[in-house]
Design a protein around this ligand. Structure first.
Ligand code: ZN
Length: 249
């Protein structure tokens, strides 16, 4: 999944392209935002002395996703928590009665069709790993793209955080495909049952001129945050799945 979300607002095709987006940022730099206090390295070089492990809490990962919204700059800082917590709760509640179920079996049971593409899909230069077509009620997962994530997780930051035994146990075959099916299953639930997450959270101004707010828009990334929370609960992941953005680097 690319840095930017590929979901089409108002369209019927939802593209879960950025779930595991490639990034040119370092693991540490992705967590440092403008205005944050940056800790200086110790004078004597010692890697462990200034290495900060990534913050994989739900709140940090959800805020990381929110920051990718094209209208994030229109959200007042004191409203961040409302969007983050509201979205996380919607995803968790949606997963409550399905926890531990097989995502593909559940998707079929809930009326979705699943297709597995054997090609590597790109839209506007961004890798697409999965998508949901609400008109066709169809989930598509592109297997070569999912395999790329698995390969990167084998050699990326995850390797330095988890022991080989833990990685083997946790990164079971098919996990990444399950994560993508579950992600799109949440969008299927939005389309057929619970409604769009971003419709349930406050709108933001598209433009502000002086004291006037011109037009309003939904905060689309709320849908992704809720989908991440749904996936985490359903599959019982240790963290929101957008953590793979960090762990696969
Ligand atoms: Zn999505």
């Amino acid at each position: 999944m690319m840095r930017r979300e590929g979901d089409a607002d108002g369209g019927r095709r939802s593209v879960g392209a950025n779930l595991f987006g490639t990034s040119e940022q370092s693991p540490a730099s992705v967590l440092i935002q403008e205005g944050d206090e940056v800790q200086q390295p110790a004078k004597e070089y010692c890697f462990e002395s200034y290495w900060n492990p990534p913050d994989l809490t739900d709140h940090a990962l959800a805020l990381r996703e929110l920051r990718l919204d094209p209208f994030f700059h229109r959200i007042a800082p004191d409203a961040y928590n409302g969007y983050v917590n509201g979205s996380l709760n919607i995803g968790r509640e949606a997963a409550e009665k399905y926890v531990g179920q097989d995502p593909a079996g559940l998707a079929v049971q809930l009326g979705a069709h699943i297709a597995y593409g054997d090609c590597r899909m790109e839209v506007a230069g961004q890798v697409v790993r999965s998508e949901y077509d609400s008109g066709m009620r169809a989930i598509t997962v592109y297997l070569p793209s999912a395999a790329e994530v698995e390969e990167r997780l084998e050699t990326g930051l995850l390797r330095s955080i988890l022991s080989s035994a833990c990685r083997k146990e946790w990164l079971r075959p098919g996990l990444i495909v399950d994560v993508h099916v579950a992600h799109e299953l949440f969008h299927h639930l939005e389309a057929t049952c619970i409604g769009r997450t971003d419709n349930r959270l406050p709108l933001v101004a598209m433009q502000v001129i002086g004291p006037f707010a011109i037009g309003t828009t939904r905060v689309r990334k709320c849908r992704e945050i809720a989908a991440h929370a749904f996936v985490k609960e359903l599959i019982r992941l240790p963290f929101l799945p957008n953590a793979f953005d960090i762990l696969a680097q």
